[in-house]
Design a protein around this ligand. Structure first.
Ligand code: TYC
Length: 112
């Protein structure tokens, strides 16, 4: 007489999952992105804003001039989209540079 499966009170044999693999699907979320924005004001010279866009946002002169005019006309514009750490660095660099030149230029960031 051979030993058969041990039958449990719930009707399943004790080894019913033998050989099954446990697959866990892990969702990898992308880190959030942040818009960096420049705000218009009445005092910061246009050339200074163009210089900021060239220096900290890697734009050529024509791109920088066009975006400066957009901020001037619309009140604000997104000048780049970055990870949280890079966005914070850009904002700090622009704010520090403006303050050192005594211009009231404002730069902010916002979750996309
Ligand atoms: N409005 C400013 C002027 O007429 C120019 C300016 C543009 C200032 C963009 C800030 O983010 C700015 N001199």
């Amino acid at each position: 007489m051979s030993d058969g499966p041990i039958i449990m009170s719930d009707g399943k044999d004790s080894d019913s999952d033998a050989g099954l693999l446990t697959e866990t699907k892990t969702r990898t979320e992308r880190p959030p992105l942040y818009k960096v924005m420049l705000l218009n004001d009445d005092y910061t010279p246009m050339e200074f804003v163009v210089h900021v866009l060239e220096r900290f946002f890697g734009m050529n002169h024509a791109q920088a001039f066009e975006l400066m005019l957009t901020v001037h006309k619309k009140g604000l514009a997104v000048v780049g989209v970055f990870s949280h750490e890079i966005a914070e660095t850009k904002v700090a660099q622009v704010m520090d540079f403006a303050q050192r030149h005594q211009h009231p230029l404002q730069c902010t960031m916002e979750k996309e």
